[in-house]
Design a protein. Sequence first.
Length: 110
Amino acid sequence: MKLLTVRMNDRKGDDTDFVELDIGDVDYINVWHRTKNSYGVPAFHTFYGSYICLCNLGDLGKALKHLGFELMDQSTIINTKNVEQVKSIDNNGSVIKFVSGLKVRIRKHI
């Protein structure tokens, strides 16, 4: 099984920060806190380094961008390949309709 993770340390700010980790390479998993007041996230420790799961939308959006996903606002990532229609709401964001029929409202005015 593979997990999409992000380097815990020595990030460069580009695509090399994201690592598809083979679960068999993991020696142990523990809870890691970025700061003493932040929420804990699973950290995977291997011979090659330590990695955390993609637990914020900013990291996830960057990791999935090459697959057609886009961070639209602070709370929504969309798959641009599945968008059927975008409707602007008068100075109040947009509604995106997908080919599946699902809709999501975003804050960004498109």
